[in-house]
Design a protein around this ligand. Structure first.
Ligand code: PLP
Length: 423
């Protein structure tokens, strides 16, 4: 690589990290593979943080964007009607499972969560919010305030009074080693106690990721959201599901992460995968809740003609090719294969569909495996509260052969470092 890294470090803030001892620049992509500026090809199991949901250079998405570009209209603002925005909103409203739904488009997951928190706090006339430990919801004041991970909390300032519930982590902490049944009981006790001891007056909402993304794909047992919702309903507290990573069929069994729990949220936020790289995000929610925002609110670029052209093409492709089923199929190859790996550095393999986390016994082991995967041509992500989780979120159209190829690289990296960095 030329001096790009030096130039990057001179001009970019140091709190915005880049991956790897020797960072790479990805210059071309096709399908599930990317090529760096040295000509090295990688199978990409992280997809720009679960964003390239259909991989790279899919003709259907490229052509939809090119069609829009040819009209000469890249941007109009929401002061004018945007046909593909309305079409996409109709599809998302229908798919959300939320009755009488409204959709508001933004440019990022952060803004989507801000919009959801704005609606919920307006609706309830309260700035008290419940969040979950080990969560990540974005980088603005409001979304950092509900982020339960110190490493990602760039500011201590908060517009909300926030109380935190325990996460689904059963590897460490107070809920360590609990069975699903016991965990669900403990989670209910925890919520009741938090409400009784740390809140005053009405509480606006609980915001929760069905599977925690940055948190290393930690999740509670199926039914957790239902347990929480039963208690929330006693108090009229709204449920906001952050589906920024879990949406669009990624979890295989379901289209949305919340559907594993037998509940329907009041508000659902989405981003990442729906644009396949184009900046597209938003919130969908019950009209009664979303309409409670007081005053005019709009997003200049949110749901613009280019991003919604891409969004329609992405969503149509996912549905037409039943990529949810593909995520279940290829995800099972990875999950089963990883669970069969006998290495002393593997503490837990978890996740659903194509959202797979491998918790290792130390951050050093995680970094070593992560670097070895890169050396052997596989890009994966890292995460977890203590930097001990490998994260995989490959494109939803991953083939079974690609799943096996990535599994082989991962398996050999886990064995390579097992002897040196075990417990
Ligand atoms: N919510 C979740 C669950 C996320 O994983 C992220 C980003 O990683 C966000 C919100 C914030 O999204 P964005 O970076 O698009 O603002």
């Amino acid at each position: 690589m030329d001096d790009l890294l030096i130039r990057h470090r001179r001009v970019m803030p140091a709190w915005m990290p880049v991956y790897y001892d020797e960072p790479i620049e990805l210059v071309t992509g096709k399908g599930s593979r990317v090529t760096d500026s040295n000509g090295k090809i990688y199978l990409d199991f992280f997809g720009g943080v679960l964003t390239n949901s259909l991989g790279y250079d899919l003709p259907e998405v490229r052509e939809a964007v090119e069609r829009q570009l040819r009209t000469g209209i890249v941007h109009t603002s929401t002061l004018y009607l945007i046909r593909q925005q309305v079409e996409l909103a109709e599809k998302i409203a229908r798919l959300s499972g939320i009755p009488d739904a409204r959709v508001f488009f933004t440019n990022s997951g952060t803004e989507a969560n801000e919009a959801a928190l704005q609606a919920a706090t307006n609706k309830r006339g309260s700035s008290s919010v419940l969040a979950v430990r080990n969560s990540y919801h974005g980088r603005t004041a409001g979304t950092i305030a509900v982020t339960g991970n110190r490493a990602w909390s760039a500011s201590p300032l908060s517009p909300f009074n926030v109380s935190y519930l325990h996460s689904g982590d059963r590897l460490r902490g107070l809920f360590k080693g609990m069975s699903d049944e016991r965990y669900l009981e403990a989670a209910e006790e925890d919520l009741r106690e938090v409400l009784a001891t740390t809140t005053a007056g009405p509480v606006a909402c609980l915001i929760a990721e069905p599977i925690q993304g940055v948190g290393g794909f930690v999740h509670g047992p199926d039914g957790l959201l239902a347990v929480w919702k039963r208690v929330l309903d006693e108090h009229g507290i709204l449920l906001v599901c952050d589906e920024v990573q879990t949406g669009w069929g990624r979890t295989g069994e379901h289209f949305w992460g919340y559907q594993a729990h037998g509940v329907t949220p009041d508000l659902l936020t989405f981003a990442k995968g729906v644009g396949n790289g184009f900046a597209l995000a938003g919130v969908v929610g019950r009209a009664e809740v979303l309409e409670s925002v007081q005053g005019i609110s709009f997003s200049t670029f949110g749901g613009n003609p280019i991003s919604t052209a891409a969004g329609n093409a992405v969503l149509d492709y996912i549905l037409r090719h039943d990529l949810q089923a593909n995520a279940a199929r290829t995800g099972a190859i990875l999950l089963d294969g990883l669970r069969a790996v006998d290495s002393p550095i593997v503490a837990e393999v978890r996740g659903r569909g194509l959202m797979i986390g491998v918790e290792l016994t130390s951050a050093a082991a995680t970094t070593a495996v992560f670097e070895s995967c890169k050396r052997d041509g596989l890009l994966v992500g890292k995460g977890g509260l203590y930097g001990t989780a490998l994260r995989m979120g490959p494109p939803l159209n991953l083939t079974e052969d690609e799943a096996r190829e990535g599994l082989e690289i991962l398996t050999s990296a886990l064995h390579e470092h097992g002897g040196v960095l075990g417990r």
